[in-house]
Every structure is written in C-alpha cells, then in structure tokens.
Design a binder for this molecule. Structure first.
Ligand SMILES: [Zn+2]
Length: 463
C-alpha cells in the first residue's frame, strides 16, 4: 500500500459510509413555496375564473349543451392563462336529461311535495306512479323490511351530519347511490330519498344513483328536509300514506364530451408530469360554482401562479379539467387510458373537489419512504392553518392514476357549509368567499411545486 493510497483510504473513512440523503424539501424549493403562498394571497385571479365559468357557461351536465360550452370555455381560459399544449381529449359520457318532476301526498291529506330526480333515474309512466310509502333509515334496516316493501315506494329518511371533513356525506351518499336497487330487489315500485345534504330549506339535492345489473330499474327522487319531515310525521299517525310521483327524465345514448388539458413545462425534466385535476362537469340544478367550479379555479390559478416564478419546478405541472365526474367518472378513466403508455412518467396527482371553504389541509397517498416528505409539507403549511393531513384518496378523477401507483393528494377545504348547497339549485357563485378560495390556491400551488421540484420523484404507491 503506497502512502498515497493510504491517505485516500483515510479520507474515505472519515466520511459517513452511507451517502447522506438530501433534505426532503430543499431550501430553494421552500423559498418558492413561500412566494406562492404570498402570491395567492395578494394577486389570485381564482374568483374571476369561477365567475366566468358560472356566469358565462353555468350548469354543465355531461352531454348537455352546457357541457360542450364548458369544454370550449376551458380551452379558451387555459390558453389565456398562458398554458402550453392546451387541447381537449374525447370522452364518451352518459347522457341523461331531467324533464318534468312532480310529487304529492294524496292520502291521508293532499299536499304538494318538492322533489328532484336522482341523476340517471328512469322515468315513471306518464300518468305517474302512485303507491303507499314505507319508511326506513339505512340499507340494513331496508333489507329487514322484506315483503313490506313490495309494490310500495321506499322512503329513505336519514339526516346527513354536518362535518368539516365531509364524512357526513360519505356516510349517507351510499343511500342515494345504492338504495334504489336495494329497494328494487325487494319489489319496491319507487324510491324517495331524504336529500343527501345539510340544508333545512325546501331545496332538494340531486346526485347520481347506480342501478345494479339484473335488478328492475325503479324511478328515484330526492326530497328536501322539510318534505321528508312531513312524510315522517304523517306516518307517525299509523295511517297509510300514499304518494304520487311523476318523473319525465330520459336516458339517451352516450354523448362525446372532453377532458381539457394544459401544461406548464418543467425546467429540468419536462417529460415528467404532476397532474392537478378538478372536474369541469356539474349537476344541472345550480351553476356548479362550488362543485366544482371552485376546484377548476383553484388548480388553474395555482398553475398560473407557478408560471409567474423565475424558478419553475423541475417537472411539468399539468392541469386536467375532467369530464363527467358527477354521473359516471368517465373522464378520469379516459385520461388514464389515453395516457397509459406515459403513466410511469406521471409522478404525482392532486385534486381539488371539496368545495370552496377555507383550506385546512390535504390528504395524501404515497409509497413507502414518502412519509418524511408528507411530514415536511405538514410542517410547512401548519403556520398558515393548512397543515392538517391524513391518508386519503385525493379524489375521484385521479383515482385511475392512484391505482396505477401515482402518489396522490387532495386539497381539503372546510366542508361545514358545503353540503348545504352541494348538488342543489343553491350551488351558485355568490356562495364563494374569494379569500377562502385563495387559501385553496395557495395550498394547491405550494403542494404542486413541492411534488414537482424534488431531486428524486416521490415513491410510487404499491398495493
Ligand atoms: Zn365534485
């Protein structure tokens, strides 16, 4: 061993044997994230983006003329925001129309009921469906009613709990999605649901149902809380309560809609992509302002703000405004299918679809080894009140990306008031507070920058 080699050996041994890993959030990355929080508070245009979508397009149910107008709006808007590669990608979507809807109690009294059809419902006969109603409050209790359901209209009466994290909706939405077929399995003629929502006004909330295969498809509608309470009180008198329900809705053949895509190319690895998603479609009753005009504005404005920085993130940020989340989730599936050869280069996904309340945190799903990164994000966002994080799915639209292993995030907005307006005629522009909306922009921009700027990509989700 020469003296030179010995000195070299001593030098090597004086360093740690394992290469020390770089910090999960580099100082330069954090500096840009701080800039983004500041920009979102000072110069966000998010409220103007929602105003434009709700006033100039309005409701946009999949396959409707409003849906096509929304796609044109999104292409126009993303181009104006300065994104690259702006284009639309076709998606075959269900096409359902609401039509006439009416109901009344016909015995033991005569009273008009306010109702709205559940999305995807079959119509009644033109003269309507008249039957006695039978009340229940869960799918389990419904199953136990057995023969008492045959030939009747099932009245599913369960309140949705008001919660900040939207968990109340998670608990009752299954009564809407699966209830009609569960009732039909027992021979029910129709289904009336206490609206899955927290409002106490006479405004009903729609939302999708999914008919099970090989089960009769029965007409289904939602009642607002006061009308549900009326039926409950009438039934307490133990006399038969009869209702006449008339729905003129129609299921038409599938239509073509589009996902709309726009990029902000990364400075070092532009071929690697972080998707920021929200859904462009909405229910037909309101303006789709909170659900999900707010999310469309949050992700679009977040990426625009990142584009104003001198130091862009290493990887590309891609806004995807998805088609048909509400009554089919076909947009998310179509994007993953159209890009299946490139999913290995999709290194992160983030969705905004939890309303327009103040942003209190985020959900995440990352692969083993990603925990330190999540902890660093929480610590970074804690001082601005947006650092609450829990493991969660992120959103419906990015579901197919998550299933392909793409680390997934969701912006969590305070949902305490969200389900007062969600899927109802009350989902209108003036419900949105611009400062609350901007708190979502700030978090989406900071998270997206962090995910896209790491020296290494985040570990992918494994099952
Ligand atoms: Zn939504």
């Amino acid at each position: 061993v020469s003296r030179g080699a010995g000195a070299l050996l001593a030098l090597v041994l004086s360093f740690p044997t394992r290469a020390s890993s770089p910090p999960v959030l580099a100082e330069e990355t954090k500096a840009e994230m701080s800039r983004l929080l500041d920009l979102a508070n000072r110069s966000s245009r998010a409220i103007e983006i929602v105003r434009s979508l709700t006033d100039e397009v309005g409701p946009r149910l999949a396959g409707s003329p409003g849906d096509a107008a929304a796609v044109a709006w999104a292409v126009r808007t993303m181009t104006a925001l300065g994104f690259s590669n702006v284009h639309s990608e076709p998606v075959l979507v269900p096409h359902w129309e609401r039509g006439e809807e009416a109901a009344r109690v016909v015995a033991p009294v005569s009273q008009r009921l306010v109702i709205t059809a559940l999305g995807g419902s079959v119509p009644t006969a033109p003269e309507g469906l008249e039957a006695e109603i039978v009340e229940t409050d869960s799918l389990e209790a419904l199953g136990k009613l057995g023969e008492a359901v045959r030939g009747r209209i099932v009245f599913m009466n369960r309140q949705t709990e008001r919660t900040r994290d939207g968990s109340g909706y998670g608990a009752t939405s299954r009564l809407r999605v699966r209830g009609p077929s569960e009732a039909a399995k027992l021979g029910a003629a129709g289904y009336l649901l206490r609206s899955v929502g927290t409002s106490t006004t006479r405004v009903p909330h729609t939302g999708t149902l999914i008919y099970a295969d090989n089960v009769a498809r029965i007409p289904a509608a939602a009642l607002p809380a006061p009308d549900a309470d009326l039926l409950h009180r009438l039934l307490e008198a133990k006399k038969p309560v009869r209702v006449r329900l008339t729905l003129g809705c129609r299921n038409l053949s599938d239509a073509t809609s589009h996902n709309v895509v726009g990029d902000l190319p990364g400075r070092e690895k532009p071929e690697e992509i972080v998707v920021l998603g929200a859904h462009l479609d909405s229910w037909d009753l309101g303006q789709g302002a909170v659900d999900d005009g707010a999310g469309c504005a949050i992700v679009s404005e977040a990426v625009r703000l990142v584009g104003t920085l001198a130091r862009r993130p290493r990887r590309t940020l891609r806004v995807v405004l998805y088609a048909n989340e509400e009554n089919g989730a076909r947009g998310g599936k179509a994007y993953a299918e159209a890009h299946k050869g490139e999913l290995a280069r999709h290194v992160g996904a983030l969705e905004a679809d939890s309303g327009a309340g103040r942003c209190y945190g985020f959900t995440y799903r990352v692969g083993p080894g990603g925990e330190a990164f999540v902890a660093a994000l929480k610590a970074f966002l804690q001082p601005v009140g947006s650092g609450e994080a829990r493991d969660g799915e992120g959103g419906v639209d990015i579901g197919p990306l998550r299933e392909a292993g793409v680390p997934s995030f969701g912006v969590r907005m305070d949902s305490t008031l969200y389900f007062d307006v969600h899927h109802s005629a009350d989902d209108t522009f003036e419900k949105i507070d611009a400062k609350d909306l901007d708190s979502g922009v700030a978090v989406a921009a900071a998270l997206a920058y962090a995910i896209a700027d790491g020296a290494e990509a985040l570990p992918r989700i494994r099952d």
